[in-house]
Design a protein around this ligand. Structure first.
Ligand code: ADP
Ligand code: MG
Ligand code: MG
Length: 207
């Protein structure tokens, strides 16, 4: 997909994330402080405003990601504002100048995002964060680089959701759920579900 299509894709993602607010709120009420859905809704509403402004004309895929990430980071708040902002901003810097998002570029973005988020917050797969969904998606994307983007995205989204569901058996080592210790077992990490939903809405856009 080209930059214009990618902008439309992110608009679809924003719409979907805003509509997912109740689900994400419910998850964060169980193992966090209950504000994840509100933060996601605030961030993606601000993103929607950016993407639909007549003066928004990103130079390329990287620029679109970078501007989107800055908007998310400055509006969403909480741990997830920094984390998801980093996913988009680091991807934007890494993909500067790219005019086409294909399956290989998607794999690059997820890989860059993972490294940047690890550097920022220290989380690794297994710590019960969004990293568990992102790592599962990145692994899948790495083996799907020859597929059409729509298929790669569908596989990634599925892997990410399985990764998010897998957080339910984990004890958290980051974020507020850390304070719950073993009591967090049996509940999914809200940020991991958000990560999977972002990919799911991207996949939905391409189908
Ligand atoms: P807060 O915890 O500040 O209320 P949110 O509720 O919006 O922020 O987001 C919580 C989510 O952020 C968690 O579910 C987790 O996935 C993610 N998160 C928190 N800390 C980290 C971290 N260090 N690395 C990656 N993700 C993190
Ligand atoms: Mg919270
Ligand atoms: Mg909070």
């Amino acid at each position: 997909m080209n930059t214009t299509q990618f902008t439309a894709c992110l608009q679809h993602v924003a719409q979907g994330m805003i509509a997912s607010e109740p689900r994400l709120t419910a998850l964060d009420q169980v193992i966090g402080d209950g504000d994840h859905g509100i933060g996601i809704k605030r961030g993606f509403t601000a993103l929607q405003t950016l993407l639909s402004a007549p003066e928004f004309s990103p130079a390329d895929i990287g620029d679109c990601l970078l501007q989107s990430g800055t908007r998310l980071m400055t509006s969403m708040g909480g741990a997830s504002g920094a984390i998801f902002g980093t996913l988009f901003r680091a991807g934007g810097k890494g993909l500067a100048g790219r005019r086409e998002l294909d399956a290989a570029t998607l794999a690059e973005w997820l890989e860059i995002g993972m490294q940047a988020i690890h550097q920022r917050g220290g989380a690794e797969p297994g710590d019960k964060t969004m990293m568990d969904a992102l790592a599962a998606a990145a692994t899948r994307a790495r083996s799907d680089t020859a597929l059409p983007l729509s298929e790669a995205l569908a596989n990634c989204a599925q892997a990410a959701m399985a990764g998010a569901e897998g957080t339910s058996t984990m004890v958290a080592r980051f974020g507020r759920a850390k304070n719950l210790g073993e009591r967090a077992i049996g509940h999914c990490d809200p940020g991991a579900v958000s990560m999977a939903l972002i990919l799911q809405f991207m996949a939905e856009f391409t189908h």
